[in-house]
Design a protein around this ligand. Structure first.
Ligand code: GLU
Length: 421
């Protein structure tokens, strides 16, 4: 069978991982051929009137990888590097993430190629509404449900949802997830991804027989995922020795005041840690080389690669971001005995939280934060155990185990439904 490759690193990695896991589990050639492609790829141009009266045309994307299990689900990101291939790779990852999580969705992803920092609030609103209108034919509560991703959040979801609701002539809150609590959002959703990633870290410590109190943690990226992961680990008793973001690396071997860093980032959402003064901090350039036990890469993809993997001192990595460890780095880390909890398990708290929000939107009945967190932790612990046990019994690393478990569920559904999907 001819294998698909791509010049885009992220898509090529997604395909390589998929082919590798498919071979390992003996997936039929027919299914491999189907799942190596995306069901639907939409590219739209987005003319936007700027505040000075000029017009700029942006490019937007929405990709649906595979929807046999249920409607497509996945974020919309704003970043200058966004393109169709990147969205396709991330949509494929969402198929595995939703499948592994045991929630009734297929994978989707979208985005706009733009630098959101250079846009005013009004320009952003016009861009969001134009994007929503252009992708509306493929979006629906039972068709494709987008959510926040890199550089998007509750405000953008409201503009998207409001625009498509208007086009449909009625309010449809379940069209988008990740909305603010005051407008059809859910208690718990903001913290869900970081909280769930930290749960994976704590479950990993449990199976390794380690007490969180004896563990040093480093968190790369202090956005929504990293900040809640750091806070949850600190609350569990771990010593968070390093955090980082665009403003630099903050390293204190005796442990950082995470509550203070968290409050600083909340108070200044644009710059996050810029005003953070850290007592006893040492200046270092690279968070990956920091001496620690658990590392949470929670920013963009590819930071742990063949050039940086050797510097890692941590014994465990929990991938809070999507694709932070490349396959080359995976091989190096495997030889060093570093355990990697893969992204589509570790950061699945976000989409599981989205599923909770969608379920609440469909029923029109809201849960308490306690109910939300209890259900989230229950699901995360079960999923971690399933992947860990599978990796131990099959003698494969956690990434392969997660892939195989995820692909198997999709294969089971295709067996029930047939190829005409
Ligand atoms: N953007 C998040 C992810 O990559 C959340 C997606 C969602 O909630 O649909 O998992």
């Amino acid at each position: 069978m001819e294998k698909r490759t791509s010049a885009n690193v992220l898509l090529d990695t997604a395909l390589k991982n998929f082919y590798g896991a498919a071979e390992e589990m003996g997936l039929s050639d027919d299914l491999v051929k189907i799942l190596a492609q995306s069901e639907k790829k939409l590219e739209v141009s987005l003319p936007v009137e700027m505040d000075d009266g000029s017009v700029r045309v942006f490019q937007g994307y929405r990709v649906q990888h595979f929807s046999a299990v249920g409607p497509s689900k996945g974020g919309v990101r704003f970043h200058p590097d966004v393109d169709g291939d990147e969205c396709e790779a991330l949509a494929m990852l969402m198929t595995w993430k939703c499948s592994l999580a045991g929630i009734p969705y297929g994978g989707g992803k979208g985005g706009i190629s733009c630098n959101p920092d250079s846009l005013s609030q009004k320009e952003k609103e016009r861009l969001c509404r134009t994007f929503a209108a252009r992708i509306s034919p493929v979006i629906g509560t039972w068709q494709d449900i987008p959510a926040p991703d890199v550089n998007t959040g509750g405000q953008e979801m409201v503009w998207f949802m409001d625009t498509i609701s208007k086009l449909h002539g009625q309010l449809e809150p379940g069209l988008f997830t990740g909305k603010p609590i005051s407008y059809w959002g859910s208690q718990g959703r903001t913290a869900a991804t970081g909280y769930a990633a930290a749960t994976c870290g704590l479950e990993l410590l449990k199976v390794l027989g380690k007490d969180p109190k004896d563990v040093r943690v480093a968190v790369e990226g202090f956005g929504n995922v990293g900040s809640y992961a750091a806070l949850t680990m600190a609350n569990a008793g771990a010593k968070v020795v390093a955090i980082s973001n665009r403003s630099g690396v903050y390293h204190a071997p005796q442990g950082l005041d995470i509550k203070k860093a968290f409050a600083e980032a909340e108070a200044n959402p644009r710059e996050r840690l810029k005003g953070f003064t850290c007592e006893g901090c040492e200046k270092v350039d690279d968070i990956l080389s920091v001496d620690c036990d658990l590392l949470f890469p929670c920013a963009l993809e590819g930071v742990v690669n063949e050039k940086t993997a050797d510097r890692i001192k941590a014994k465990g990595i929990v991938e809070g971001a999507n694709g932070p460890v490349t396959p080359e780095a995976d091989a190096i880390l495997g030889e060093k005995g570093v355990i990697v909890v893969p992204d589509f398990l570790a950061n699945s708290g976000g989409v599981i939280g989205s599923y909770f929000e969608w379920a609440q939107n469909l029923s029109g009945y809201f849960w308490t934060e306690e109910e939300y967190n209890e259900r989230l932790i229950h699901i995360m612990k079960g999923n971690f155990k399933r992947v860990w046990d599978y990796s131990q019994s099959r003698k494969v690393n956690m990434r392969w185990a997660a892939f195989m478990a995820a692909i198997q569920r999709v294969a089971d559904v295709v067996k029930l439904r047939g190829v005409f999907l």
